[in-house]
Write a protein that binds this ligand. Structure first.
Ligand code: ATP
Ligand code: MG
Length: 180
């Protein structure tokens, strides 16, 4: 399982179609202040289902749509696509290449796609649950996160251990069954 590419259109400062290809090994993103480094990480969090506009430094979710700059008018839609090489079938889906997309329109309409097919956020969450990749996982450690883990309550720390151990998925299924 490997992150292969990230494609952005209309997401924050990326007005025009921009593609990042991640090759084997370590990728480092460098650039001057305000050039969009944090926006790239936010795009990854967003496409994986981030629900909090505030944590993406906005008021409402549609604020992530490119709002215009010198020489470029504002846009009506943002779309982000994240593609993984799944040839080892790390994610339980019968595709060598797995892509997740999310789009949002100015009116707030929001859609998710798995390999180009319209789906629910729940489908994406289920796909990535316990993979260490999805929403709220520990594959993205932001500034301050490390301290939070050290200072967290025992039950929150237990959640971290259970997620990393891959048993949270089963707890979640049990809870869903019990609720029926
Ligand atoms: P630093 O090194 O200071 O952390 P950075 O490279 O992480 O900077 P970002 O915070 O990713 O930079 O990018 C900030 C830029 O993105 C700002 O210039 C801001 O105007 C622009 N930006 C944010 N949201 C939008 C939007 N919706 N439309 C257009 N531009 C946007
Ligand atoms: Mg930054």
């Amino acid at each position: 399982m490997r992150l292969e590419s990230l494609e952005l259109i209309g997401f924050k400062s990326f007005a025009q179609k921009t593609e990042f290809n991640f090759h084997k090994g370590l990728t480092e993103i460098v650039g001057p202040n305000g050039s969009g480094k944090s926006n790239i990480i936010e795009a990854i969090r967003w496409v994986l289902g981030e629900k909090s506009a505030k944590s993406l430094r906005g008021e409402k979710m549609s604020d992530i749509i490119f709002s215009g700059s010198d020489g470029h008018h504002s846009l009506n839609r943002a779309i982000v696509k994240l593609t993984f090489d799944n040839s080892d079938r790390y994610i339980d889906i019968d595709y060598t290449e797995l892509s997740i997309s999310r789009e949002i329109f100015k009116n707030g309409e929001n859609n998710y796609y798995i390999n180009g097919k319209l789906c629910r956020l729940k489908d994406i969450n289920n796909l990535f649950m316990d993979s260490g990749i999805g929403q709220g996982s520990f594959s993205i450690i932001s500034q301050g996160n490390v301290e939070n883990i050290f200072n967290s309550k025992p039950e929150d720390r237990r959640y971290i251990v259970e997620t990393l151990a891959g048993i949270y998925k089963y707890k979640n299924k049990k809870q869903e069954t019990n609720a029926k």
